[in-house]
Design a protein. Structure first.
Length: 494
């Protein structure tokens, strides 16, 4: 093998995003509650950033004027604007100077103390944060261990029962076979003793817990006083697939029960819980907070408003720190404050940019979907993100970030911004109809069909064509499955 050294010239294109642009994109993508948390964190970390306090009881016009005046006062002079951080060499690791914060004078040393309103505001914010923390519910494992302590069994059985409880999944079923768990258990236990421990768990609440499969889970919930108990047990043991596929005549032939009794037993079966661990230790649904609001004006226009004052407080840069960054004697403190000020400026600019971009994107969506707001969801128009990007004059990825995880409050209710995007199909008259309208029409046909003779996918295709929607049968099947609607044979009522 021979090694050669040589010099070559190579041309290539690379795109490097400036830190300012990266931060703007991150801020744009945050939903309103996450943005509020980001601002609160920045207020705690950055001494150069502070809240602008205005009299909330004053009229809106006066508050806006006062806010502008306070912001204007916080702006640096021409000389101060020339204080630029060395982004090329310093910004990428400006947290490196956090250690210098110990050298920055305290608020008392520079003669600054938060106002009583600010103190109350911080206290209220912390109180609200604690009040809004969801109480951590009891887990399924904790609930079962609590019941186990009231049971009477030999110590080795109790210890293995605790071990089995720790090996239940979130549905309350064993994750491995009992034989495997007995084999890997770090203790002296026989399979028969393992069975005794498992039976202890299967007597606990919720009913069905400790099962090894779905059939055992359902059987554990059937009691002798349940109507049609024996028939329910037989269906669980031998005919669950027939129930899933609506093959009631086949169940009738094999059980010799009447069709009416079989239907009644299946209704009892549907009252059982296949996931007994449901409801324990699950994530709580977060409340939805709209990022934009749509209001109809007196002249019939729909106008977008981005009202985030309740979540994103008004910010400004502390003038005392401006002066210290400009006239301070200690170079380390000056450098530290310069970077903190620059970071505060970037955050404020990113927030304003987010508000502007979100308003423009949302207004373009509303203008395009006017029929949706006037006539209802069935009149939503096909819309692509590229269409909004072209209308607003931004890149399509900016539109994607702007609508991601954002909600819009409208006169017709609250909707995710992504709700207004989607493709469509052409009808026989050449007009374009969104897929959502097609799905609604399909669901309407299925809801109104004769359940004793449900429509097959071929029949649905013919009915849709009569209404002007020329769709392939596989398209009908696709959207039926997406809506969770079973096939015609499984929809049939006997």
């Amino acid at each position: 093998m021979q090694l050669n050294l040589s010099q070559q010239m190579k041309m290539s294109q690379q795109m490097k995003l400036a830190p300012r642009m990266i931060q703007s994109m991150e801020i744009l993508q945050l939903p309103i509650i996450a943005l509020a948390e980001r601002i609160e964190q920045e207020l705690e970390d950055n001494p150069a950033l502070e809240l602008v306090e205005v009299d909330e009881s004053a009229p809106v016009t006066e508050r806006k004027l006062e806010l502008e005046r306070l912001r204007e006062e916080s702006k640096p002079s021409a000389e101060q604007k020339e204080l630029v951080v060395d982004v090329e060499h310093g910004e990428a690791d400006f947290e490196r100077l956090v250690e210098y914060s110990l050298e920055v004078p305290s608020d008392e040393e520079i003669g600054f103390r938060p106002s009583s309103n600010r103190i109350d505001e911080i206290s209220d914010a912390r109180h609200d944060a604690l009040a809004n923390v969801a109480d951590k519910g009891q887990t399924l494992h904790e609930y079962l261990l609590e019941q186990l302590h009231f049971m009477d069994a030999p110590p080795e059985i109790m210890r293995f029962a605790e071990y089995l409880i720790e090996n239940l999944d979130h549905d309350g079923r064993l994750q491995s076979s009992l034989a495997e768990l007995v084999q890997v258990y770090d203790g002296d236990i026989t399979y028969e003793q393992g069975e005794q421990a498992l039976k202890l768990i299967q007597k606990m609440d919720p009913p069905g817990v400790g099962a090894r499969d779905i059939r055992e889970c359902l059987l554990l919930q059937v009691t002798d006083d349940m109507p049609y108990a024996n028939l329910v047990r037989e269906i669980i043991q031998h005919h669950l697939q027939d129930v899933a596929r609506n093959r009631l005549p086949q169940i009738q032939r094999r059980t010799q029960a009447s069709l009416e009794d079989i239907k009644a037993a299946i209704e009892q079966l549907r009252t059982l819980e296949p996931h007994p661990g449901r409801g324990f230790d699950r994530e709580m649904v977060q409340p939805v907070e709209p990022d934009v609001f749509v209001e109809k004006t007196d002249d019939g226009r729909y106008v977008v408003r981005v009202e985030d004052d309740n979540y994103t407080p008004h910010l400004r840069i502390n003038r005392r720190y401006w002066e210290m960054a400009r006239n301070g004697a200690d170079p380390k403190i000056k450098e530290f404050l310069k970077k903190k000020i620059e970071r505060a400026k970037w955050l404020m600019e990113a927030i304003e940019q987010r508000k502007s971009t979100l308003r423009r994107v949302a207004q373009a969506i509303v203008d395009h979907q006017r029929d949706f707001f006037e006539k209802g969801p069935e009149y939503i128009a096909p819309l692509k993100m590229q269409d909004i990007a072209d209308a607003v004059g931004v890149h399509v990825t900016t539109v994607s970030r702007a609508v991601d995880d954002k909600w819009m409050q409208t006169p017709r209710g609250i909707f995710p911004l992504k709700r207004f995007f989607g493709g469509g199909t052409k009808t026989e008259d050449g007009s374009e109809v969104p897929w959502e309208v097609v799905r609604n029409k399909l669901k309407e046909l299925i809801d109104n069909e004769d359940k004793r003779h449900p429509l097959s996918d071929e029949a649905l295709q013919r009915e849709m064509k009569k209404r002007g929607y020329n769709l392939a049968r596989r398209t009908i099947t696709k959207y039926r499955k997406l809506m969770g609607i079973p096939a015609a044979r499984e929809r049939r009522e006997y």
